[in-house]
Design a protein around this ligand. Structure first.
Ligand code: ADP
Length: 542
């Protein structure tokens, strides 16, 4: 009786086929790189993807070849997204904000044969092209009228290329375990590491992400990924939205609060981005008396979401926040904070506290917390430990590594420190490398930061440990003031003191005009520590 059901390779081309066949006219609105707003639908995206695949095959791209893509979130990018993997090639997402050396490293390491690039990002590649000997061809994602002059080798114009083929192409078939996409982790230390998603991992992950307690997209949704498609697999929205038959709004490259607000008002029901984007948008909406007329769901992850952001969306702007946690290595969704019956039974304030956790995992994700020796720790909401994850959307081995990234039972050490409570809600308290250890006890830098940004005079805050003779380390806060004048240090520390024991309250507040960030918008503590060293910072006496 074994194996009597159909075998259907889980390839991502099925996703775009499904969207184009059953939801062909669902609209895709895009702010294109030329500045104009364009309108297409899933049938149009599929047609463009087929033409892309056909054109790439015509230019010699073969199954397994790697094609780099450096582009903002636009309709064209969606065509390329499915066109590259539909040609059997591997889509390597390139973050234009990476340092030049990191871009050189990842393009060479992944052996990109072609690179497709938005016209405004051409200079980023021109600056490093002489260090990319293996890239044979560059395709600029624009039309003939906007094609820039460029020194890039064999540069061609995307719209001309796809107009030169007829779209009569069949997706390249293959095994569901074939590589589909590559995304490198930012690599705050050492070289970036490549995570190679398979077709299977992407399909399974999007299915899990679309389950009702998770991102849960529906055909009636209009989804706007503010998170770039090049950040951690685009949080899977490029797969989950067409899988659900949802409409999309693609915001393009303009990430100013005004532009994001304008695009959200195009009927968007679900959106997703890192907290800093939302801090900017909320300030802009407050300053200009703006509302959100259709938005229902805001997915926030990538770094810890301050409670004030959750409250603002829910109490002032009528959209519910889903605080999520994930990593490039986990496709990325690990957990999301939706309400189980135990949490629904709580009052509003207690639920808001729970929303500062990152929630619980979907089916396909397995979690545990352990001490440094690997012993499992209790789910009591108090005990902090290393967070481990396993499942079909989790990395097994980085690209070109000799050994697995997991232990023998497939557990992957996330490098995050977390607690879990009796309802399996995960609270991320730190990155293990950012942990502050004072007098042998851990102090959560994330919780200190979230407490500090609740002060109206604080725009952004970073908590770091500074060496101390007696205590090993003492925490300090490095703060970007919200206005022109810095708030009173004592005031900020008093506010923090309301939710922390006295020994956990930082010893000092240092004001800076800005904090250093990584290419994915996280505060770079490594860089910040270097800056403090340069300033010869020392703790106040006493
Ligand atoms: P990169 O290192 O390239 O920026 P990732 O997006 O893979 O890429 O970063 C994953 C890390 O981001 C996680 O391991 C965790 O430390 C942090 N992170 C993600 N979501 C959250 C969250 N909701 N709260 C706290 N930290 C988060």
């Amino acid at each position: 009786m074994r194996d009597l059901m159909q075998h259907w390779e889980m390839r991502v081309s099925h996703i775009i086929d499904h969207a184009a066949k059953y939801h062909p006219r669902r609209s895709i609105v895009s702010r294109d790189v030329e500045g104009s707003i364009s309108h297409t639908d899933w049938a149009g995206i599929r047609d463009g993807a087929l033409r892309t695949a056909q054109a790439l095959a015509g230019l010699g791209i073969r199954p397994g070849d790697v094609v780099g893509v450096m582009a903002w979130n636009t309709a064209r990018h969606l065509k390329v997204w499915y066109g590259v993997s539909g040609a059997g090639a591997v889509l390597h997402t390139l973050n234009p904000r990476l340092f030049a050396e990191q871009l050189v490293y990842i393009i060479n390491h992944a052996e990109d044969r072609f690179v497709m690039v938005d016209p405004d990002l051409v200079p980023v590649l021109e600056a490093i092209a002489d260090k990319l000997p293996k890239v044979e061809r560059y395709i600029v994602l624009t039309d003939a009228a906007h094609m820039p002059e460029t020194s890039l080798r064999n540069a061609s114009c995307f719209e001309d290329l796809i107009a030169s083929v007829d779209g009569d192409f069949r997706w390249v078939e293959g095994d569901e375990r074939d590589p589909c996409g590559i995304c490198y982790t930012s690599g705050t230390t050492g070289n970036p590491k490549g995570v190679v998603y398979t077709h299977r991992s992407n399909v399974l992950h999007a299915l899990a992400s679309n389950s009702a307690d998770m991102v849960g997209l529906k055909s009636a949704d209009v989804v706007m990924p503010v998170v770039p498609l090049f950040h951690a697999n685009g949080w899977s929205l490029g797969y989950a939205a067409p899988m659900a038959g949802a409409a999309m709004v693609m915001p393009g490259r303009d990430m100013t609060p005004a532009a994001i607000h304008e695009m959200l008002e195009m009927g968007v029901t679900t959106t997703a981005a890192v907290p800093t984007i939302w801090l900017g948008l909320i300030a802009h909406m407050r300053a200009n008396g703006l509302r959100l007329s259709t938005l229902k769901k805001v997915i926030i992850g990538g770094s810890s979401c301050p409670r004030a952001v959750i409250e603002a969306f829910q109490k002032e702007f009528g959209a519910h926040v889903y605080h999520a946690w994930g990593m490039t290595e986990t496709s990325p969704l690990g957990t999301i904070c939706s309400f189980t019956p135990e949490v629904l039974a709580l009052d509003e304030e207690a639920r808001l506290d729970i929303q500062c956790t990152v929630g619980h995992p979907p089916f396909t994700v397995d979690l545990r917390i352990t001490d440094d020796e690997g012993h499992e720790l209790p789910w009591d909401g108090e005990t902090q430990g290393r967070l481990w994850i396993r499942g079909p959307g989790v990395v097994q081995r980085y690209l070109k590594f000799e050994t697995d990234a997991t232990d023998d039972d497939n557990w992957f050490d996330t490098g995050d420190i977390a607690t879990m409570d009796a309802n399996a809600y995960v609270r991320i308290t730190d990155r293990s490398k950012d942990v502050i250890k004072s007098g042998g006890e851990w102090i959560s830098s994330i919780e200190l930061e979230n407490a500090a940004v609740a002060h109206p005079g604080v725009a952004e805050a970073a908590a770091i440990g500074v060496p101390h003779e007696k205590w090993g380390e003492r925490p300090i806060l490095v703060v970007v003031p919200a206005g022109d004048t810095a708030p009173d240090k004592r005031d900020v520390l008093d506010l923090v003191g309301r939710s922390f024991a006295r020994w956990q309250v930082p010893d000092d507040v240092v004001f800076v005009p800005e904090l250093p960030h990584t290419a994915t918008g996280k505060i770079s503590k490594l860089e910040l520590r270097k800056q403090l060293e340069k300033m010869n910072y020392s703790l106040p006496a006493g």
